[in-house]
Design a protein around this ligand. Sequence first.
Ligand code: ADP
Length: 589
Amino acid sequence: MRKVALVFVLAVFGPSLALAWLAWRSLSNQQLAFERQQTLLYQGTCAGYVKDVSEFLGTRQKEFARHVELLLATRDPQDVAGRLDDELLKTWPMAEVGFAVSLDGHVLAPPLLARPEARRFRLENDLFLSNQESVEVYWTGTKGIQPSGQAEFSNENPPDDSASTSKETRATPSKTPEKSRKVIPEKDGAMDAKLVSKLSSGEAEFRQLIGDANEGIIARFLQNRLKLLLWYRSPGHPEMVFGAQLKLVELVKGLRNLIQAGSALHNEICVALLDENGRPVAQSHRDFAADWKHPFVSVEVGEALPHWEVAAYLVNPAKLRESEQAIARTLGSLVLLLLLAIGLGGWRIVTDLKRQLTLARQKTDFVSNVSHELKTPLTSIRMFSELLAEGRITDEEKRRTFLHIITAEVARLTRLINNVLDFARMERGEQQYNFQPCDLTALVRESVAAFRPHLEANGFTLSCEVGAQPCFVSGDRDALAQVLVNLLSNAEKYSAEKKEIAVSIAAPNGQPASVEVRVTDHGLGVPRGSEEKIFEQFYRAHDSLNSGIQGSGLGLTLARQIARAHGGDALYEPRPGGGSIFVLRLHRP
Ligand code: ADP
């Protein structure tokens, strides 16, 4: 048994538990994977918006170039330069100030004595535009910017024409320290612990920045306010650079339309465009409010709008947690189910194994018990018949006693063989009963009468309270007689000093349709816990070794099976004051 259990633990239980453990581990991985999947999805959405913003700026750039080309078509460049500010103000709402610079650093427009915005522009930008001052500019990546003429492309915005805003910014090669972002996304932080800005900054003069390119955007911060300068060089007049400082309010208006258009994930996330201070300038959900500096994920817009970010906020943060929990719950239940199945299967196998082993042991005991039960009466039959055959026993009383013993032993043998044969028939499902009206009173009286001489010869007193009234049941007479003989024989076998047996017939309380034959003894009684087991095949509550009482463990099994085949039952009750009461319960027709 121990060996089998060990094999079971090593071959089935251990590996199953290991599998369950692995499944449990994959459960937490699943949660992480789900979170990561969501993060990537939302990051993708933000990146899509970043591309849209870049395209929007690119379109503005093209618009500006078109305006300049239109002016150059009818006028000479000097004239266009002088009137650019006025013209733009009239025709292009996006422009705040129009400017023009010659390549050698002469600021040609706007005129110094023009409107206040233009004057302020000159004050703020003259030194820069005339290459006398370097200003801080931004670019994406960490490699630094090549000197003028060679474009450096951003990692985020591939160099396609529509998004050309990203490719023109240049600065002197310089290594600037990495700057950390003002906006701290929950999930990016977890995935990429650095949280530094992808933007690098450095100082450069205007001439250096434009190099040999035709157009571009320069972003500067003046007194912490963002200024965006678009510039354009016409291929026909490369010695002149025309430019416009964009009206940020108009720009934001355009971007707001872009963001408000919403995305496929509108129900899940609110997308916001955050300025350099982490404040929302546009958002997809009008009344949505959040801790703007801590979005779920965010992506930097890039060098055209330095430190601006497109950020995503969960509309319903509890929903994500709920989804995670739902996944955890489903997988957890599966793992639990697996464990339960393993446990239940294991328990079933072990109990079945135990049952099989007990049965095997009982069968072995049965064989040795039956052999012994056959041998004992055979020995006495042989011994007494030999004595009688020799003719040396002359005393008539003795001869009668010997013959009684032989008869009793033959009856015992017959009982045993009948029990074994009947049991074998029942096991094969071949047992058949001949049901007929049968007077139970007469049957009991006859069985008692047949057993009485044997019992009384062995010092028993046997009382039989059956009354004179016949009590008819439908049954197989021989089978019912076998039950009574088995019960009487057991009462004899398991009686101790007090050799008293009583047989009675009565209707049980409150059940007039039933009738009970009760066989009562004053013997050993059935040990507690074995009251039901004694009806199982081969089971013996008093084994031969300890009690010295021989038996096959089949008598009560047969009694119950016969009783149940008659629609009744065979039952045990302890007798108050010691001993047993075995009951054969049957139904009247
Ligand atoms: P056996 O051949 O062992 O008597 P049975 O099936 O007739 O087989 O009985 C099963 C067990 O029930 C017996 O081994 C014994 O332990 C218990 N038993 C049966 N009858 C009695 C009784 N009258 N008193 C006490 N124990 C009994």
